[in-house]
Design a binder for this molecule. Structure first.
Ligand code: ZN
Length: 506
């Protein structure tokens, strides 16, 4: 008769929680680095973070963990829909990946990325791709080595091995299957919009407003949609992000421009979506897989949902527009719900991904996906990147790239050796539309309720359907459980067409 699984499982959970604690310290130091740390602290901070990363990797790759996993796998039914089975499955996944990477390669990638980021920043500033090229060549080579260590399925490709870190179960072929119909439909919509008789006015975003008042406005909205300030903060940084240490200490940042208050608000609502997901994870599972987010794509689905499906909707602005005047006074005279809604929904194909609107954003991501896939498979040489990039921007978005600073040097990801990451942005956008359709089906009058400031039903539904499960289900399983269907481009296209055609008089 097999012994009860408890001692091995308890020890497994203890090691996982210790690795989780190290990760949570890393999260706090990372937040501090972007918001509070004086510039002089950088070198020492890099050493602190490197130590934490090493300690965490050691825990996950430890032979003891491997032994405990084997023990638990012999005693627990891994196909069961239980917390124990989910934790063992996920830790097996993480352990196997950790042991496949030699420590020497982990270190070389970290050291290369640290310098490459630095060189990338200088090269971008000078718009000089040649300066970054040798470092990108080295990075692509290291990423290929990393992919070879992980391995991929017989009919797969190196990209798949790297994407697994960000979106478990995701393959390039699977992404292409969803992206290709999306691209074709988006192209048609963008052609219609470009030739449209009318376009939304951007009046609200032309008004300069004091930063302190913009922050107060954003905080009011964040609190109203459900971000819990007793378990979180909102600060300012150049690039908005969601960090912190665990579900009861979530640190968001946002950004402000003199004008463009809808940019500050959409950044805030985006990060709130990430933050409310983190706050919805259960503390009882903190430090174990069931207390962690599923994937970057699912994380991004939560941010996009609050940013776009809620924050750029007509019913939201019926509620939010009257809240402008108490913060901004006579500066916003004449800005009614319609004017604010139009400002939040202007469409213009552009050069920069992070400034892109809801209708063109995914084109930027698809370009990067195709390019990194080709770089990894060897179909594209790094030296040919700028020319190929520019050609794709002409083809996909109809814009001419004037220099590499606004072209292939604009994003930090590849300098950080994060190849395989970009598609999670679009996958998240697709998930957000599909989840929101399911929420609207489940809760009658959901979207109409936003006009009355009723956001709690949506958050409660997301908590129940998605947040509280942690990594209990894979992204694919979660999507089918929540929406009854595999991921598709249809819900997003329905959402974009239903919104942007009327806004352009179509
Ligand atoms: Zn995000």
């Amino acid at each position: 008769m097999p012994l009860p699984a408890a001692p091995a499982y308890d020890r497994l959970v203890a090691i996982s929680r210790e690795a989780g604690l190290l990760g949570s310290v890393d999260g706090l130091l990372g937040w501090d680095q972007e918001t509070m740390m004086p510039p002089g602290g950088g070198e020492h901070r890099a050493r602190q973070l490197a130590l934490l990363a090493r300690l965490r990797h050691e825990r996950l790759a430890s032979p003891e963990l491997g032994g405990l996993l084997a023990d638990c796998e012999g005693r627990i039914d891994l196909t069961a829909d239980t917390i124990e089975a989910a934790n063992v499955r996920a830790l097996r996944h993480d352990h196997d990946r950790a042991v496949r990477l030699p420590a020497s390669l982990v270190e070389e990638i970290a050291a290369t990325a640290s310098t490459a980021q630095h060189v990338w920043a200088e090269a971008r500033e000078a718009s000089d791709f040649g300066r970054f090229q040798p470092w990108l060549e080295k990075t692509v080579d290291l990423c290929r080595q990393k992919a070879a260590c992980y391995g991929w399925a017989g009919d797969g490709e190196p990209w798949d091995a790297l994407a697994e870190d960000y979106e478990p179960g995701c393959t390039a072929a699977g992404v292409a299957e969803v992206f290709t119909p999306l691209r074709d439909r988006l192209r048609i919509l963008l052609e219609e919009i470009t030739a449209a008789p009318t376009r939304p006015s951007g009046r609200l975003d032309e008004i300069e407003l004091p930063q302190a008042a913009q922050m107060a406005f954003c905080r009011e909205i964040a609190e109203a949609i459900g971000f819990d300030f007793s378990r979180g903060r909102l600060d300012t940084s150049t690039h908005p992000f969601c960090g912190g240490s665990h579900c009861d200490d979530v640190r968001l940042t946002t950004r402000f421009h003199p004008a463009m208050v809808t940019d500050a608000l959409s950044s805030t609502m985006h990060e709130c979506g990430h933050g409310m997901y983190e706050q919805g994870l259960l503390y009882e599972h903190a430090g174990t897989p069931c207390g962690e987010s599923v994937s970057l794509g699912i994380h991004e689905s939560q941010s996009r949902l609050w940013e776009n499906q809620v924050g750029r909707s007509w019913s939201f602005w019926q509620w939010a527009a009257p809240r402008l005047a108490p913060h901004f006074g006579s500066a916003v005279d004449g800005i009614d719900a319609r004017a604010a809604y139009e400002s939040a929904n202007r469409v213009a194909p552009g050069l920069i991904r992070v400034e892109a609107d809801e209708a063109t954003y995914n084109m930027h991501v698809m370009i990067r996906f195709e390019l990194e896939r080709a770089l990894l498979s060897g179909d594209l040489a790094v030296a040919e990147l700028p020319e190929t990039w520019n050609g794709m921007y002409r083809e996909y978005l109809g814009v001419a790239v004037p220099d590499d600073r606004r072209g292939c040097l604009q994003d930090i990801h590849w300098s950080m050796a994060a190849l395989g990451y970009f598609p999670t942005y679009t996958l998240g956008t697709l998930y957000s539309a599909q989840f929101f359709e399911a929420a609207c089906d489940a809760i009658p009058g959901l979207a109409e309720g936003f006009a009355e400031g009723q956001f709690a039903p949506l958050l409660a539904w997301l908590r129940e359907q998605i947040h509280r499960h942690g990594r209990r289900y894979s992204p694919r399983q979660l999507c089918e459980r929540v929406t009854g269907r595999p991921l598709s481009a249809e819900p997003l296209m329905r959402h974009l067409e239903a919104k942007f055609r009327p806004l352009h008089g179509l």
